[in-house]
Write a new protein. Structure first.
Length: 670
């Protein structure tokens, strides 16, 4: 970039009109995973018929080493190149374009066929080489020699060279390649964009949420981290890789909630973990009933050994008796009578929770303290945070916090639990959240699933919004699950795990098919763990854990399910059946999923597959292997028959195998 004018210069003719991917014209960074190629598209052109040269430069922000490659031209002034960030961090990529006078000269010369025109062009080329010599370093002698030859051949009758020979000398590709090493960028145009590169788990993860206090071996006892250690093999056996824990901090006693969110809590009530803070400490402390910090470190080590990573809840709010309330009263909103305003989301009231006031005059002190909470838990070994209700806190705060944390700890993952308005969810993702909760919980019909996941996988947010889909949470027991139908729980699990590369369940409520709401029209669980201890019979014969284990193994074994960008829905002539495919080009892995959305009746239909998208031949048979039932079928062509009995299994998860040569190449059952 040396020599480029720092101020406006009317001689700059190259235009960089767009650089993709971009988020809000570069205001925010796009997102990728380490080792995933970033395909860069630029729209570059100039006036007239001159040739452009366009390069892509990229580097980790703050790094001294920069990489640069030429972009290739495609029709309609589109230029493309790609780079692959090797490790997590923030990267910047820059597209620079300039009028390449030497390339323009060669292109013009190639079209000339009259001797006088060619001789004139050779003289112009020699002058260009003269100007280049001063910056050509060790290549200068060769360029000077070339300029001399061009002038000699241009002299009328001096060499006796014919037109073809003169043009061959001027268009010599080996010499031209030397010129490429010394471009004149004085009049170049540039645009830069950023990309946040996360580790693999940000792009592909299976989450399991549980309450540590409900892991005791005996009913009625408060579970501890030591008890949770005994639960780790169960979670790992099901194939999860992230174990998410609700807040593990001291729980406030003032206005403590009782079972089923009652205000008249009895003395032995354990309260809500989200009412954080008591006399013994706040966000940097552990509830004594769970154990000590040493016990927590031991849990982290045991989880890692079991192939699990612990995610902590980051809930920036306080119980009335949190130490912050006395030490920093200006961090909270006050009523006219001087009392602090508790949290509300009408008709819900949270008398046991005080929200922070992000318009406080002491906002900088508040920001610094909240960041210190994240820093504290990172120092203990935590690298994943599920953030509670981030849409109720300052957007500017989140942009600052995530940027500051990831600048030092680029492996940190933040999941936004924001069941809020679409544009607000999108904004949080743009600000830096690695993953985002979605509306999947409320999308149950065929067309709304198709519309929503088409938007998630191919819409405007594909470069920054990473969905993490959950069929249930401690706050949400959707009415579809309140039927208690096993087929509904199975179908919703399979949909979540195959539509999205990131998904999670709240257990053991899910595998044990907990389905009783607090009341008619409510989405809250009766006897919710949010307010009381529960004891779960994990050895129940009807548990869904074997299905969960199988579906998680299918996800791990098939790269097609580890990304969202190739999701394609397939037409099927039954509104109770939904079908879709994913594929992975690098491994040639293809997965086709068909789900019966009717939990009570057998449904059948004809599916139409886009063979070209999946790389299948119209005249060659292929095998579909159901990874749930182990059945194999031989299909031919795009249209095939499906029948699903929800009482047996409400879905097929087919692995598609191509290029079958003979009957012995497959084993199928009808």
């Amino acid at each position: 970039m040396a020599g480029k004018p720092s101020a406006f210069d009317g001689r700059i003719r190259a235009v960089v009109d767009a650089v993709l991917p971009e988020v809000d014209a570069g205001r925010f960074a796009a997102k990728r995973i380490a080792g995933e190629a970033v395909d860069v598209e630029a729209h570059c052109f100039t006036d007239g018929h001159d040739q452009l040269r366009v390069v892509l430069a990229w580097a980790a922000i703050g790094a001294s080493e920069q990489h640069e490659i030429d972009m290739r031209a495609e029709p309609n002034d589109v230029w493309r190149a790609q780079f692959t960030p090797p490790v997590p961090g923030r990267y910047r990529y820059t597209v620079t374009a300039w009028v390449d006078h030497f390339a323009s000269w060669r292109a013009e010369l190639a079209r000339r066929d009259e001797a006088d025109d060619v001789r004139t062009a050779l003289q112009l080329g020699a002058a260009m080489l003269d100007a280049l010599v001063s910056r050509a370093g060790s290549d200068a002698p060769m360029l000077m020699e070339w300029a001399t030859l061009l002038r000699a051949s241009a002299a009328d009758g001096a060499t006796g060279m014919d037109i073809a020979a003169m043009k061959a000398l001027a268009l010599d590709p080996a010499r031209a390649a030397v010129v490429l090493r010394h471009p004149d960028r004085r009049f170049s145009s540039s645009q830069s964009r950023d990309v946040t590169v996360d580790r693999q788990r940000a792009g592909f993860s299976s989450w399991y949420e549980l309450f540590p206090r409900s892991t005791a071996a005996e009913p009625g006892h408060h579970g501890t981290f030591r008890d949770l250690e005994q639960r780790l093999p169960y979670v790992a056996r099901m194939g999860f890789d992230v174990l998410y824990l609700p807040p593990i901090h001291p729980i406030g006693r003032v206005h403590r909630k009782g079972p089923n969110n009652r205000l008249d809590a009895e003395p032995q009530a354990v309260g809500s973990p989200w009412a954080i803070g008591a006399a013994e400490g706040g966000h940097k402390h552990i509830l004594a009933a769970l154990g000590s910090m040493q016990d927590f470190h031991r849990l982290l080590a045991a989880a890692s050994k079991a192939g699990l990573e612990i995610a902590l809840d980051l809930a920036f709010q306080c119980a009335p008796d949190h130490p912050y309330v006395q030490a920093h009263p200006t961090w909270f909103k006050h009523r006219p009578d001087g009392s602090i305003q508790y949290a509300e989301n009408p008709p819900k009231k949270y008398q046991d929770i005080y929200p922070f006031d992000f318009e406080s005059d002491d906002w900088r002190e508040l920001w610094d303290e909240l960041k210190s909470v994240v820093d504290f838990w990172i120092a203990q070994g935590v690298r994943i945070f599920r953030v509670d209700n981030p849409h109720t806190k300052s957007f500017a705060f989140w942009e600052w916090l995530i940027s500051e944390v990831q600048r030092v700890h680029p492996n940190t993952i933040f999941l936004a639990e924001a069941f809020t308005r679409p544009k607000v969810m999108q904004r949080l993702a743009k600000l830096g959240f690695s993953q985002s909760y979605t509306y999947f919980t409320w999308r149950t019909g065929k067309q709304e699933l198709i519309d929503y996941f088409t938007e998630l996988s191919h819409g405007a947010g594909v470069d920054y919004f990473r969905p993490n889909v959950w069929p249930n949470t401690p706050d949400i027991l959707h009415e579809s699950l309140q039927s208690g139908a096993r087929a509904t729980f199975s179908a919703r699990l399979i949909l979540a795990a195959t539509l999205s590369a990131n998904y999670g369940i709240y257990g053991p409520t899910y595998e044990l098919m907990e389905s009783t709401p607090r009341g008619a029209g409510s989405e809250e669980y009766r006897d919710s763990e949010k307010y009381q201890l529960r004891h779960w019979p994990l050895d129940r014969e009807d548990s869904l854990w074997p299905l969960i284990q199988r579906i998680n193994r299918i996800r791990r074994d098939n790269p097609a399910l580890q990304s969202d960008r190739t999701l394609t829905f397939c037409p099927i002539d039954n509104d109770q059946l939904i079908a879709y495919a994913k594929h992975d080009a690098a491994s040639a892995d293809i997965i086709l999923v068909v789900v019966n959305l009717d939990p009570y009746h057998t449904q059948s239909g004809w599916i139409d597959i886009d063979l070209a998208v999946l790389g299948l031949s119209a005249d060659q048979p292929y095998q579909v292997h159901d990874l749930l039932s182990e059945q194999r079928f031989r299909w031919l062509g795009p249209r095939n028959f499906i029948l699903l009995d929800p009482n047996r299994m409400p879905a097929h998860v087919f692995k598609v195998r191509r290029h079958l040569r003979t009957e012995r190449d497959f084993d199928y059952f009808l």
